[in-house]
Each structure stands twice: as C-alpha cells, then as structure tokens.
Design a protein around this ligand. Structure first.
Ligand code: ADP
Ligand code: 5GP
Length: 187
C-alpha cells in the first residue's frame, strides 16, 4: 500500500492558515486534519476534540513525558503539540494528513519525515496582515504588535519551506493549495 503524505501548513498569525485549512479540508475528502493538543483556553466557538484538545499544563507535561508528541513547541506563551499516534496510524493506512503548526513545528516534522511537504502562507503585505489581524477582532493592540513583530521574523525562515502561497484572493490561495496536493500525488 502507498504510504500517506504529510502536509504542513504554516503562516504568520493572521496569514490565513486556519481559513485556508478549513476550505481545503472541505475540498479534499481524503485529507485528515491533525488535531493538536494545547494549553491555551478555547476561543468562542472552538470545540474540544474538533479544533484542539484543550488540556492543562499538567496534562500536557504528562503526554510529553510519555512521548506522546511527534513535535511540540511554545507559541505565544502556550504549549502546543502534535499527537504522535494519530499521525503514525494514518500514514501506515496510506492516508494523507494536514498539520496546521508553526515554523518551529514544521522544522521538527521535516527532520522526522524528510518527505513531508511544507507549505508557507504569506499575506500580500504587512499592511494587509495588520488590517486582517484588526478585522479578526481577537487580539488587543499589544498582541497585534507582538504578532506583527514575530511575523517579520517568521517570514525570514520561509525559505525552509517547499512551497509559498500568497494569500491575496482567498479562493485562489485555496486552489493553489489544492494544486500542490494534486501535484505531490502525481510524483
Ligand atoms: P491564521 O489562522 O493564520 O492566524 P486566519 O485564518 O484566522 O489566520 O485569518 C486571519 C483573518 O484574515 C481572518 O479574519 C480571516 O477571515 C481573514 N482572511 C484570511 N484570508 C483572507 C483573504 N484572502 N482575504 C481577506 N481576508 C482574509
Ligand atoms: P492558535 O492558538 O492561534 O490556534 O495557534 C497559534 C499558533 O500555534 C499557530 O501558528 C499554529 O499553527 C500553531 N500550532 C497549532 N498547533 C500546533 C502544534 O501542534 N505544534 C506546533 N509547533 N504549533 C502549533
């Protein structure tokens, strides 16, 4: 049986990866989303076991100690980790998986699975990124400034990724992501 493929999507905060991931999963029925474990609190509308597995710091440490994470990182002050068993089981069954994780995680995944496919989403400009962060309405001013500063650092590392998508028109960005999935399967 053919082994499944691992796709990693990363972007600066507000770059549009949640929006693109959501649309992509709808359009690619064979693709499973890897639900991460996090110590941050759920935002309004987020559900445990769907968006994330929300845990306490103690629970996170326990999973870490038991080697339950494929990778983990601290992002914006909270812990995030990718459950190892889900990934291994799916890949063995020949299923494709999509990971929405940060660059630290992307780098770790590439080391473990050099054949994984890393996709970086960038906004058309920093101005647009700032506007989208404001429009999203989830972050206060200090947090927006922190995210913008971090975005500049993250974009410097984008060359580590296999593909770059400029998220200007949402539908085009989703289509481009879908083309990448198709192209990677024809090889
Ligand atoms: P991320 O998950 O990378 O932090 P989001 O998916 O939450 O980013 O996107 C940030 C904000 O920008 C959201 O309010 C989203 O609706 C909006 N957005 C995303 N992509 C586009 C786009 N192509 N055009 C306009 N707005 C967008
Ligand atoms: P948010 O809290 O806004 O959903 O996500 C914050 C950041 O954490 C995003 O960049 C997201 O991609 C990243 N992230 C989510 N899950 C994981 C994970 O399991 N591992 C790593 N390394 N980053 C993650």
């Amino acid at each position: 049986m053919k082994k499944g493929k691992l796709f990693v999507i990363s972007a600066p905060s507000g770059g549009g990866k949640s929006t693109i991931t959501r649309e992509l999963i709808k359009k690619a029925p064979g693709l499973s989303f890897s639900i991460s474990v996090t110590t941050r609190k759920p935002r309004p509308g987020e559900r445990n076991g769907k968006d994330y597995f929300f845990v306490t710091e103690k629970e996170f440490e326990k999973i870490k100690k038991e080697k339950g994470f494929l990778e983990f990182a601290n992002v914006h002050g909270y812990c995030y980790g990718t459950p190892k068993k889900f990934i291994e089981d799916h890949l063995k069954k020949g299923k494709d998986i999509l990971l929405d994780i940060d660059i630290q995680g992307g780098k770790q995944i590439k080391k473990i699975y050099p054949e994984s496919i890393l996709v970086f989403i960038v906004p058309p400009s920093f101005k647009v990124l700032e506007a989208r962060l404001r429009e999203r309405g989830k972050d206060d001013e200090a947090s927006i400034q922190k995210r913008l500063k971090r975005a500049k650092e993250e974009i410097k590392e984008a060359s580590l990724y296999d593909y770059l998508i400029v998220n200007d028109q949402l539908s085009s960005a989703v289509e481009r992501a879908r083309e990448i999935l198709i192209a990677e399967h024809s090889g």
